[in-house]
Design a protein around this ligand. Structure first.
Ligand SMILES: Cc1ncc(COP(=O)(O)O)c(C=O)c1O
Length: 446
C-alpha cells in the first residue's frame, strides 16, 4: 500500500506510469512535498499543473491553454511537441538511450560535436558534453584552473567577473554570481571569494565610452597575476538583472584578457543559439572566447544537456598536468538520447529560419513594448533579439502577478522588478501580439 494515495482520477493509469491529468489532490501533494526552483517548504506558492504542451502553448490540468512567453527559461526555441525533435528522440531511444562515455563513443555525440564545432568560432574545436548549464560552468572554471596548473602558475586560482552575473547554482558557479543578489551572504566562508567589478552600465544602443570598462580594467591591473579566467555572460546578463550591455564592453574584455594573460570564459547558456539575434552573443562584439559554455536551447528544451568548448591549445595544455587528463567525467556525459535531440535541434537552426523569426520578434517587441514606456510603474524597457524586458520601479508580488498572467492566458514568470519574455522562435505575429497585450493588461493594472 502506497503511503500517499495515488490520484484516483481514471484518466491516470498508474500501472503503466502514464499520467494524463492532474486533479487538486495532485496539486496539493505537489505543494506539500515537492521542491520547485527557489521555493519554500514552509509557505510554498501553488504551482499550476501543465499536462501537455504543443507549439507555443501549455495545456493546463483544467483544459485551459497558455501562450508560453518564457520558452521554459530560454530553452524551447522550436516549440513544444516538435515532430522533428520527437522523431529524433524516438529513433534514438529505439537504438540506445544511454551508454557510458568512458572509453565508448557513439554516433549522436560525434554528430552533435561536429555541428557545435561548425557553428561556433573555428578556434573552438574541443568539446566537453555535460549534463546541465551549471555543470558546463563548473567544467569551464575547472578547465581554466587546470590550464594554469599545467603552466606551473599555481597562484592563478581566482575568477574575475562583473556584478549582476548569473552562472548557476552549484558551488563554483555560485561563487561568480552577483555578490549582492546571489548567495554569497548565505554561504559566507563557504563560497570561494572571487573578484568582481561594477557591471557594464552602457546599454546596447547607447553611446559607448571607455569609462565603462575602467572598473574592470582596474580589477585586471590589481589582480591579473592571481586570475585564472574572466567569466561573463556576453551582451545579456540574464537572471542577474536582464541587463543588455554595449558590444564594445565585451570587445574590451577580450583585450584585457589578452593583455593580462587571463582566459576568457563566455557563458552563453542563456544567450546561445540565436536568442540575441546572432547565433552566439559574442558575435555582436566580433570576439572569440577561450572557453564557451552552452546549454538550455541546445536540445531545443527537450532535456538537460550542456557543452563546454575550448581550443586545441588550451585543451592540450590542460592535459600536461601530472594527471595527464582533464579531471572531469560525469556518469551521463554525452548521453545519446540528449545528443540525438540536440543534433536535430541544431540541424533546424542550421537551416537558418531562426534569423528571420528572431528579427521579426525583435521588430514586433520594439513596437509593442513601446507602449510600456508611458506607464508610471515602468522604469525601463529593453529589447534585443527575441528578448523583451520591462523593468518596473518596484518589485512585483509574485503570487498575485502570476495569477493575473494566467488569467490573461499567458505564462510569464517575473522576478523582482523584472517582467520579461523570451518566446519560442516559432511564435506567430498574432500570438506575440496576444502575449504583449496580456502583459500590458497586467502591468498597467499594477
Ligand atoms: C547564463 C547562465 N549560466 C548558467 C546557468 C545554469 O544553467 P542550469 O540551470 O542548466 O544549471 C543559467 C541558468 O539560468 C544561465 O542563465
Amino acid at each position: 500500500m502506497l503511503r500517499y494515495a495515488v490520484n484516483q482520477d481514471k484518466t491516470n493509469d498508474f500501472t503503466t506510469g502514464r499520467f494524463l491529468s492532474m486533479n487538486s489532490a495532485d496539486l496539493d501533494f505537489d505543494q506539500e512535498h515537492i521542491w520547485h526552483p527557489y521555493t519554500s517548504m514552509i509557505s510554498p506558492l501553488p504551482c499550476i499543473g501543465v499536462v501537455s504542451a504543443n507549439g507555443i502553448k501549455l495545456t493546463l490540468h483544467d483544459g485551459r491553454e497558455l501562450i508560453d512567453g518564457m520558452s521554459s527559461w530560454w530553452s524551447t526555441i522550436h516549440g513544444y511537441n516538435n515532430q522533428r525533435l520527437n522523431n529524433a528522440a524516438k529513433d534514438q531511444i529505439d537504438k540506445m538511450s544511454h551508454v557510458m562515455f568512458g572509453g565508448i563513443t557513439h554516433p549522436s555525440a560525434v554528430a552533435l560535436s561536429r555541428r557545435l564545432i561548425d557553428m561556433t568560432a573555428p578556434a573552438l574545436d574541443r568539446v566537453f558534453i555535460s549534463d546541465s548549464g551549471s555543470v558546463a560552468v563548473e567544467v569551464a572554471m575547472k578547465m581554466a584552473l587546470q590550464y594554469w596548473v599545467a603552466k606551473g602558475q599555481m597562484q592563478k586560482t581566482k575568477m574575475l567577473t562583473v556584478e549582476h552575473g548569473y552562472h548557476g547554482d552549484t558551488f563554483a558557479a555560485m561563487s561568480v554570481c552577483d555578490p549582492i543578489n546571489g548567495m554569497h551572504e548565505l554561504f559566507t566562508g563557504v563560497l570561494n571569494k572571487q573578484l568582481f567589478a561594477k557591471a557594464p552600465q552602457i546599454g546596447f544602443n547607447q553611446t559607448w565610452s571607455n569609462d565603462d570598462i575602467e572598473p574592470l580594467e582596474q580589477l585586471f591591473i590589481a589582480h591579473h597575476q592571481d586570475a585564472a579566467a574572466m567569466i561573463i555572460e556576453p551582451i545579456v546578463q540574464g537572471a542577474g538583472g536582464m541587463r543588455i550591455y554595449h558590444p564594445n564592453y565585451l570587445t574590451a574584455v577580450r583585450q584585457l584578457c589578452d593583455k593580462y594573460d587571463v582566459l576568457l570564459i563566455c557563458d552563453e547558456i542563456a544567450t546561445g543559439f540565436g536568442r540575441t539575434g546572432k547565433l552566439f552573443a559574442y558575435e555582436h562584439s566580433d570576439i572569440v572566447p577561450d572557453i564557451l559554455c552552452l546549454g538550455k536551447a541546445l536540445t531545443g528544451g527537450y532535456m538537460s544537456l550542456a557543452a563546454t568548448l575550448t581550443t586545441k591549445d588550451i585543451a592540450q595544455e590542460i592535459c600536461r598536468t601530472k594527471a595527464g587528463v582533464f579531471m572531469h567525467g560525469p556518469t551521463f556525459m554525452g548521453n545519446p538520447l540528449a545528443c540525438a535531440v540536440a543534433n536535430e535541434s541544431l540541424a533546424i537552426l542550421q537551416e537558418g529560419h531562426w534569423q528571420l523569426q528572431v528579427a521579426n520578434i525583435e521588430r514586433q517587441l520594439k513596437q509593442e513594448f513601446g507602449a510600456f514606456n508611458a506607464l508610471n510603474c515602468v522604469q525601463d524597457v529593453r529589447v534585443l533579439g527575441a528578448i523583451g524586458v520591462i523593468e518596473l520601479k518596484q518589485a512585483v508580488d509574485m503570487a498575485s502577478i502570476q495569477q493575473a498572467f494566467v488569467a490573461q492566458g499567458v505564462w510569464v514568470r517575473p522576478f523582482g522588478k523584472l517582467v520579461y519574455i523570451m518566446p519560442p522562435y516559432i511564435i506567430t505575429n498574432d500570438e506575440l501580439t496576444e502575449l504583449t497585450n496580456a502583459i500590458y493588461q497586467v502591468v498597467s493594472a499594477l
